[in-house]
Ligand binder design. Structure first.
Ligand code: C2E
Ligand code: MG
Ligand code: MG
Ligand code: MG
Length: 293
């Protein structure tokens, strides 16, 4: 009986695995045609200077407008894009779009406006081709490297190979700044902050979520901010959803906030309208230091 049960369990799992493998294959093909067929969108979410309430930057976040399934989250397809290698071409495309919009927002809204793009470890560590293509594109747009920030994660720096160090130097030479994304969720070995030239530290949403006076996440956030400032980094808090979180972060000296309190990620045209509205409000003498609920 035990043998039978074992066999049953086995045959129960096998088709499920086959279905999963088949789905992965189908999704990979879908991803490939999505890139060719123009089904990807870059959404932008504002990064707000907390003291002034002004939108200084935006993070580019990819979306897949699937003909049948609607808007698909990157959490669902980035892992597959990575394992299939498609992430390289997808990342190039995200960069091109982001640079194009950054150029426009620098011209129309603020000469120092920055757009940040995410780079998964696989994109960052790719062999051979470095950032030459990016530089050519920036030159064509007449754009300084300062217009772009690359977001990487801690894990990359932890076992930093020569390749990683090299890529970081290439970015530095091009004037492109670097942000450490999801800070606090990984190994958080702090020694690499002084070893590498990082410009921004993004405090992960899991800290922001539990911010309350006297809470341990508050204490940790305060310590991270003080340390970052001492090392010459600026701090962006992710996942700011409430006024209380914003006020606590501001009191702790955090430089920037990003989150639903300010806005969700939106299509580029909508982001453009958001910037235009802010410019109008500022011209009319509005006080942006306390965003409406
Ligand atoms: P991330 O880089 O940490 O991006 C922040 C994520 O938090 C985004 O999720 C954003 O929509 C979400 N978020 C922002 N504010 C709030 C908030 O107040 N509350 C909550 N609950 N969530 C908030 P999204 O757009 O689903 O992206 C997920 C992840 O996918 C990103 O995390 C990033 O790691 C990856 N990703 C997105 N676009 C790209 C891309 O173009 N290339 C690569 N390699 N990865 C990307
Ligand atoms: Mg990011
Ligand atoms: Mg993040
Ligand atoms: Mg993340």
């Amino acid at each position: 009986a035990a043998k039978n049960a074992g066999r049953n369990r086995f045959s129960y799992f096998t088709p499920a695995l086959q279905v999963a493998a088949l789905n992965r294959m189908r999704m990979t093909n879908d991803l490939r045609s999505a890139l060719k067929g123009g089904q990807f969108r870059v959404y932008f979410q504002p990064i707000v200077h907390l003291r002034s309430g002004k939108i200084h930057k935006a993070e580019a976040l990819i979306r897949w407008e699937h003909p049948q399934r609607g808007l698909v989250s990157p959490l669902e397809f980035i892992p597959l894009a990575e394992s299939s290698g498609l992430i390289i071409d997808i990342g190039e495309w995200v960069f091109m779009e982001s640079a194009r919009w950054a150029s426009r927002w620098r011209r129309d809204h603020h000469p120092e406006f920055q757009v940040s793009v995410n780079q998964s470890p696989l994109e960052f560590q790719r062999e051979g081709k470095g950032y030459e293509g990016w530089l050519v594109h920036l030159r064509e747009l007449g754009l300084s490297g300062q217009a772009v920030v690359v977001e990487i994660t801690e894990g990359l720096l932890l076992d930093a190979s020569d390749g990683v160090t090299d890529k970081l130097l290439q970015l530095r030479d091009a004037g492109i700044q670097v942000a450490l994304d999801d800070f606090g969720t990984g190994y958080s070995s702090l020694s690499y902050l002084k070893k590498f030239d990082i410009d921004y530290l993004k405090i992960d949403r899991s800290f922001t979520r539990n911010l309350a006076p006297e809470s341990s996440d508050m204490a940790l956030s305060e310590a991270i901010i003080v340390m970052a400032h001492k090392l010459g980094l600026r701090v962006i808090a992710e996942g700011v959803e409430t006024h209380e979180q914003r006020d606590l972060l501001l009191a702790a000296g955090c430089d920037y906030g990003q989150g639903y309190l300010f806005a969700r990620p939106v299509p580029a045209e909508e982001f453009d309208a958001m910037l235009m509205a802010q410019t109008r409000e500022l011209a009319a003498g509005a006080d942006l230091t306390s965003p409406a609920p």
